[in-house]
Design a protein around this ligand. Structure first.
Ligand code: KIV
Length: 279
């Protein structure tokens, strides 16, 4: 292990090793913006890793985009562990962050530590993410003091959708001041970064300039240090994406075209040809 490894540009830099929390802190100091995407399997993780994505999140959004539930609440630790392990195996440079699912950390710091330790030991995750502000500070402190890097998550925290009464913008008015206080407390508790989901752009900008740790925006405007999207959203696979999603490709259309071409060639007998057969 090298004790002198230099910090690297998060996107476009050549690390020759995994991105670490030190690289992420150094990027904030340099004022460098960086991308994060979700990943849930080895092959897509490999594509994103080779493209230079420095941080991949095995989100509890897997509940919806992998397992087909209509919220993130039903997914379990046992559901997410093999996905996290696959993303770690499929990548060699990105930091892989495991999302702690609903019910796996809220009841106590001890519960959070036991869950996070499973993601680190059984799946090889490099960090964990959990949702919430001051109410999870004891959990964040316990994880950090056990040597586990913690990514926090404020604003529209989907595990609390039933308290919010739907997927709505958070942090308007006085709630914005509370979110700011939560962010500062999470930083003081040792979180290395904080996701800001669906909050007004000016609030996200204020939080970003007030914190020494990076903010990662999703529906939080352009001022955050990083941006994250669920990969199925950015690739155009999600049928009704949120307003904050930009679709960079129409994967749904491309897959539809390809699978129909395959089906038609099977029916017509055009596939397989001798080129796809063994003698
Ligand atoms: O689960 C997830 O994918 C997330 C991101 C959207 C931040 O929490």
């Amino acid at each position: 292990m090298s004790s002198t490894s230099q910090s690297t540009a998060l996107y476009g830099g050549k690390a020759g090793r995994r991105i670490t929390v030190r690289d992420i802190a150094a990027a904030k100091e340099r004022g460098e913006k960086w991308p994060m995407v979700t990943a849930y399997d080895a092959m897509t993780a490999r594509v994103f890793d080779e493209a230079g994505i420095p941080v991949m999140l095995v989100g509890d959004s897997a509940a919806m985009v992998v397992y087909g539930y209509d919220s993130t609440l039903p997914v379990t630790v046992d559901d997410l562990l093999p996905l996290t392990a696959a993303v770690v195996r499929g990548s060699s440079r990105a930091m892989v962050v495991a999302d702690l699912p609903f019910g796996s950390y809220q009841s106590s710091p001890q519960q959070a530590l036991e869950t996070a330790a499973r993601f680190m030991k059984e799946a090889g995750a490099h960090a964990v993410k959990l949702e919430g502000g001051r109410r999870v500070l004891p959990q964040v402190e316990a994880l950090v003091s056990a040597g586990i890097p913690v990514m926090a998550h404020l604003g529209l925290t989907p595990q609390s959708v039933n308290v919010f009464g739907g997927y709505r913008v958070q942090g308007r008015g006085q709630a914005g001041e509370e979110l700011m206080a939560d962010a500062k407390d999470l930083q003081a508790a040792g979180a290395f970064s904080v996701v800001l989901e669906c909050v007004p752009a000016d609030l996200a900008e204020r939080v970003t300039t007030s914190l020494a740790i990076p903010t990662i925006g999703i529906g939080a405007g352009p001022a955050t240090d990083a941006q994250v999207l669920v990969w199925q959203d950015l690739m155009g696979l999600t049928p009704h994406p949120a307003k904050f999603v930009k679709q960079y490709f129409n994967l749904h259309e491309a897959m539809d075209r390809a699978v129909r071409a395959f089906a038609e060639e099977v029916v017509s007998g055009a596939f397989p040809t001798p080129a796809h057969s063994y003698s």
